[in-house]
Write a protein that binds this ligand. Structure first.
Ligand code: SAH
Length: 225
Protein backbone atom coordinates (compact mmCIF):
# COMPACT_ATOMS: atom_id res chain seq x y z
CA UNK A 1 0.00 0.00 0.00
CA UNK A 2 1.27 3.50 -0.81
CA UNK A 3 1.37 5.86 2.11
CA UNK A 4 -0.87 8.91 1.55
CA UNK A 5 1.82 11.35 2.56
CA UNK A 6 4.23 10.18 -0.11
CA UNK A 7 1.47 10.46 -2.70
CA UNK A 8 0.88 14.05 -1.71
CA UNK A 9 4.53 14.96 -1.79
CA UNK A 10 5.30 13.95 -5.36
CA UNK A 11 3.33 16.63 -7.25
CA UNK A 12 4.34 19.38 -4.83
CA UNK A 13 8.02 18.55 -4.63
CA UNK A 14 9.29 17.53 -8.05
CA UNK A 15 6.45 18.41 -10.44
CA UNK A 16 7.63 20.42 -13.44
CA UNK A 17 4.90 22.96 -12.68
CA UNK A 18 5.41 22.98 -8.90
CA UNK A 19 5.87 26.05 -6.71
CA UNK A 20 9.59 25.24 -6.50
CA UNK A 21 9.89 25.44 -10.28
CA UNK A 22 8.04 28.77 -10.31
CA UNK A 23 10.23 30.14 -7.53
CA UNK A 24 13.33 29.27 -9.57
CA UNK A 25 11.95 31.34 -12.45
CA UNK A 26 11.37 34.26 -10.08
CA UNK A 27 14.96 34.03 -8.77
CA UNK A 28 16.21 34.09 -12.32
CA UNK A 29 14.14 37.20 -13.15
CA UNK A 30 15.42 38.90 -10.00
CA UNK A 31 19.02 38.01 -10.97
CA UNK A 32 18.33 39.55 -14.38
CA UNK A 33 17.31 42.91 -12.95
CA UNK A 34 13.56 42.73 -12.26
CA UNK A 35 13.11 44.55 -8.96
CA UNK A 36 9.40 45.16 -8.51
CA UNK A 37 8.32 42.67 -5.83
CA UNK A 38 4.64 42.90 -6.75
CA UNK A 39 5.43 41.80 -10.30
CA UNK A 40 7.66 38.98 -9.06
CA UNK A 41 4.84 37.85 -6.77
CA UNK A 42 2.35 37.92 -9.66
CA UNK A 43 4.71 35.74 -11.68
CA UNK A 44 5.24 33.37 -8.75
CA UNK A 45 1.50 32.90 -8.28
CA UNK A 46 0.31 32.81 -11.92
CA UNK A 47 0.32 29.28 -13.37
CA UNK A 48 2.08 29.89 -16.72
CA UNK A 49 1.63 26.21 -17.61
CA UNK A 50 -2.12 26.90 -17.95
CA UNK A 51 -1.31 29.30 -20.81
CA UNK A 52 0.49 26.79 -23.03
CA UNK A 53 -0.45 23.46 -24.56
CA UNK A 54 -0.18 20.54 -22.14
CA UNK A 55 2.66 19.06 -24.19
CA UNK A 56 4.76 22.14 -23.34
CA UNK A 57 3.81 22.45 -19.67
CA UNK A 58 7.14 21.02 -18.49
CA UNK A 59 8.84 24.03 -20.15
CA UNK A 60 6.38 26.65 -18.92
CA UNK A 61 8.69 27.98 -16.18
CA UNK A 62 11.75 28.35 -18.39
CA UNK A 63 12.53 31.97 -19.17
CA UNK A 64 11.71 31.57 -22.82
CA UNK A 65 8.99 32.31 -25.38
CA UNK A 66 6.97 29.25 -26.43
CA UNK A 67 4.63 28.52 -29.37
CA UNK A 68 0.88 28.86 -28.73
CA UNK A 69 -0.38 27.86 -32.20
CA UNK A 70 -1.50 30.07 -35.13
CA UNK A 71 2.23 30.97 -35.62
CA UNK A 72 2.13 33.02 -32.40
CA UNK A 73 4.09 32.82 -29.13
CA UNK A 74 3.62 33.43 -25.42
CA UNK A 75 6.21 36.06 -24.49
CA UNK A 76 9.32 35.28 -22.46
CA UNK A 77 8.64 35.86 -18.72
CA UNK A 78 11.51 38.37 -18.42
CA UNK A 79 10.00 40.44 -21.25
CA UNK A 80 6.54 40.29 -19.62
CA UNK A 81 8.07 41.43 -16.32
CA UNK A 82 10.10 44.22 -17.96
CA UNK A 83 7.12 45.56 -19.91
CA UNK A 84 4.93 45.45 -16.82
CA UNK A 85 7.61 47.21 -14.78
CA UNK A 86 7.90 49.97 -17.39
CA UNK A 87 4.15 50.55 -17.58
CA UNK A 88 3.77 50.65 -13.78
CA UNK A 89 6.20 53.57 -13.66
CA UNK A 90 3.39 55.95 -14.54
CA UNK A 91 2.19 55.79 -10.92
CA UNK A 92 -1.43 55.13 -10.14
CA UNK A 93 -3.02 52.76 -12.63
CA UNK A 94 -6.69 52.00 -12.95
CA UNK A 95 -7.04 50.92 -16.59
CA UNK A 96 -4.51 49.29 -18.87
CA UNK A 97 -4.88 48.29 -22.52
CA UNK A 98 -3.02 45.36 -24.04
CA UNK A 99 -2.83 44.87 -27.82
CA UNK A 100 -2.17 41.19 -28.65
CA UNK A 101 -3.88 38.93 -26.09
CA UNK A 102 -2.21 35.78 -27.45
CA UNK A 103 -2.22 33.16 -24.69
CA UNK A 104 -3.53 35.69 -22.17
CA UNK A 105 -0.48 35.40 -19.88
CA UNK A 106 0.61 39.06 -20.02
CA UNK A 107 -3.00 40.11 -19.38
CA UNK A 108 -3.16 37.76 -16.37
CA UNK A 109 0.00 39.30 -14.88
CA UNK A 110 -1.43 42.80 -15.42
CA UNK A 111 -4.75 41.71 -13.89
CA UNK A 112 -2.94 40.86 -10.64
CA UNK A 113 -1.62 44.44 -10.43
CA UNK A 114 -4.17 46.74 -12.08
CA UNK A 115 -7.94 47.00 -11.37
CA UNK A 116 -9.06 46.78 -15.03
CA UNK A 117 -7.28 45.20 -17.99
CA UNK A 118 -8.60 45.62 -21.55
CA UNK A 119 -7.08 43.31 -24.15
CA UNK A 120 -7.53 43.14 -27.92
CA UNK A 121 -6.70 40.19 -30.21
CA UNK A 122 -7.12 39.72 -33.99
CA UNK A 123 -7.15 35.86 -33.97
CA UNK A 124 -10.51 34.61 -32.75
CA UNK A 125 -9.31 31.12 -31.76
CA UNK A 126 -6.60 32.54 -29.47
CA UNK A 127 -9.09 34.90 -27.88
CA UNK A 128 -11.48 32.00 -27.16
CA UNK A 129 -8.72 29.95 -25.52
CA UNK A 130 -7.59 32.94 -23.44
CA UNK A 131 -11.19 33.54 -22.32
CA UNK A 132 -11.44 29.93 -21.08
CA UNK A 133 -8.17 30.35 -19.14
CA UNK A 134 -9.29 33.60 -17.47
CA UNK A 135 -12.54 31.91 -16.49
CA UNK A 136 -10.78 28.85 -15.07
CA UNK A 137 -8.40 31.02 -13.05
CA UNK A 138 -11.17 33.31 -11.80
CA UNK A 139 -9.70 36.43 -13.43
CA UNK A 140 -12.78 38.63 -13.71
CA UNK A 141 -11.13 42.01 -14.29
CA UNK A 142 -10.00 41.31 -17.86
CA UNK A 143 -12.18 42.67 -20.68
CA UNK A 144 -11.62 41.19 -24.12
CA UNK A 145 -12.24 42.40 -27.64
CA UNK A 146 -11.95 40.67 -31.01
CA UNK A 147 -10.57 43.44 -33.22
CA UNK A 148 -7.56 44.81 -35.05
CA UNK A 149 -5.67 46.44 -32.20
CA UNK A 150 -4.11 49.14 -34.38
CA UNK A 151 -7.09 51.26 -33.41
CA UNK A 152 -6.94 50.39 -29.70
CA UNK A 153 -10.23 50.49 -27.77
CA UNK A 154 -11.50 54.07 -28.23
CA UNK A 155 -14.68 53.73 -26.17
CA UNK A 156 -12.64 52.76 -23.07
CA UNK A 157 -9.91 55.40 -23.51
CA UNK A 158 -8.05 57.10 -21.93
CA UNK A 159 -5.80 54.41 -20.46
CA UNK A 160 -3.14 54.86 -17.78
CA UNK A 161 -0.93 52.38 -19.60
CA UNK A 162 -0.82 50.55 -22.94
CA UNK A 163 1.18 47.37 -23.57
CA UNK A 164 1.70 46.30 -27.18
CA UNK A 165 2.87 42.71 -27.57
CA UNK A 166 3.45 42.57 -31.34
CA UNK A 167 6.07 44.53 -33.27
CA UNK A 168 5.20 47.31 -35.72
CA UNK A 169 7.31 49.68 -37.79
CA UNK A 170 5.54 52.63 -36.21
CA UNK A 171 3.08 53.33 -33.43
CA UNK A 172 -0.29 54.42 -34.69
CA UNK A 173 -1.32 57.88 -33.58
CA UNK A 174 -4.79 56.54 -32.67
CA UNK A 175 -3.16 54.34 -30.02
CA UNK A 176 -0.91 57.07 -28.60
CA UNK A 177 -3.92 59.34 -28.26
CA UNK A 178 -5.63 56.76 -26.05
CA UNK A 179 -3.01 57.35 -23.32
CA UNK A 180 -3.83 59.84 -20.58
CA UNK A 181 -1.21 62.57 -19.97
CA UNK A 182 1.44 60.98 -17.74
CA UNK A 183 0.48 57.52 -19.03
CA UNK A 184 3.05 55.14 -20.50
CA UNK A 185 2.96 52.90 -23.56
CA UNK A 186 5.42 50.02 -23.86
CA UNK A 187 5.85 48.66 -27.37
CA UNK A 188 8.30 46.75 -29.56
CA UNK A 189 9.07 48.90 -32.59
CA UNK A 190 11.06 47.86 -35.65
CA UNK A 191 13.92 50.22 -36.49
CA UNK A 192 16.73 49.63 -38.99
CA UNK A 193 15.73 45.96 -39.26
CA UNK A 194 15.90 45.46 -35.48
CA UNK A 195 13.22 45.51 -32.82
CA UNK A 196 13.61 47.88 -29.86
CA UNK A 197 11.39 47.91 -26.81
CA UNK A 198 10.24 51.50 -26.30
CA UNK A 199 8.59 53.12 -23.29
CA UNK A 200 6.69 56.21 -24.47
CA UNK A 201 5.33 58.62 -21.90
CA UNK A 202 2.61 61.07 -22.84
CA UNK A 203 3.41 64.52 -21.45
CA UNK A 204 1.17 67.61 -21.35
CA UNK A 205 2.49 68.73 -24.73
CA UNK A 206 3.84 65.64 -26.49
CA UNK A 207 5.60 62.30 -26.00
CA UNK A 208 8.94 61.26 -24.44
CA UNK A 209 10.63 58.06 -25.55
CA UNK A 210 12.98 55.72 -23.69
CA UNK A 211 14.73 52.75 -25.35
CA UNK A 212 14.65 49.68 -23.09
CA UNK A 213 16.75 47.44 -25.36
CA UNK A 214 16.51 44.85 -28.12
CA UNK A 215 13.64 42.34 -28.21
CA UNK A 216 12.05 39.79 -30.55
CA UNK A 217 8.27 39.82 -31.02
CA UNK A 218 5.94 38.41 -33.66
CA UNK A 219 4.78 41.10 -36.13
CA UNK A 220 1.70 43.23 -35.63
CA UNK A 221 -0.66 42.34 -38.50
CA UNK A 222 -3.73 44.05 -39.91
CA UNK A 223 -7.29 42.79 -40.14
CA UNK A 224 -9.00 39.83 -38.46
CA UNK A 225 -8.29 36.10 -38.60
N1 SAH B 1 0.66 38.97 -24.88
C1 SAH B 1 0.74 37.65 -25.44
C2 SAH B 1 1.78 37.59 -26.53
C3 SAH B 1 1.16 37.13 -27.78
S1 SAH B 1 2.09 37.23 -29.25
C4 SAH B 1 0.94 36.59 -24.39
O1 SAH B 1 1.18 36.93 -23.23
O2 SAH B 1 0.81 35.41 -24.71
C5 SAH B 1 1.34 38.62 -30.03
C6 SAH B 1 -0.14 38.55 -30.29
O3 SAH B 1 -0.49 39.76 -30.96
C7 SAH B 1 -0.60 37.42 -31.19
O4 SAH B 1 -1.58 36.67 -30.55
C8 SAH B 1 -1.14 38.13 -32.41
O5 SAH B 1 -2.25 37.49 -33.02
C9 SAH B 1 -1.54 39.47 -31.85
N2 SAH B 1 -1.65 40.55 -32.82
C10 SAH B 1 -0.85 40.82 -33.90
N3 SAH B 1 -1.30 41.90 -34.56
C11 SAH B 1 -2.41 42.32 -33.91
C12 SAH B 1 -3.36 43.37 -34.11
N4 SAH B 1 -3.24 44.23 -35.15
N5 SAH B 1 -4.38 43.50 -33.25
C13 SAH B 1 -4.54 42.65 -32.21
N6 SAH B 1 -3.69 41.63 -31.96
C14 SAH B 1 -2.64 41.46 -32.79
Amino acid sequence: MIHRRSLKRIPQGIGMTSQGTRDRLVRRLRDNGIKNEKILKAIATTPRHEFVDEALSSRAYEDTALPIGQSQTISQPWVVARMTEAVLECGKLDKVLEVGTGSGYQAAILAALVPKVFTVERIEELLKQARRRFHKLGLHNIYMRYADGHLGWPSQAPFDGIVITAAATEIHQELLEQLRPGGIMVAPVERHGMQRLLAIRRTEDGYEEKDLGGVIFVPMLSGLS
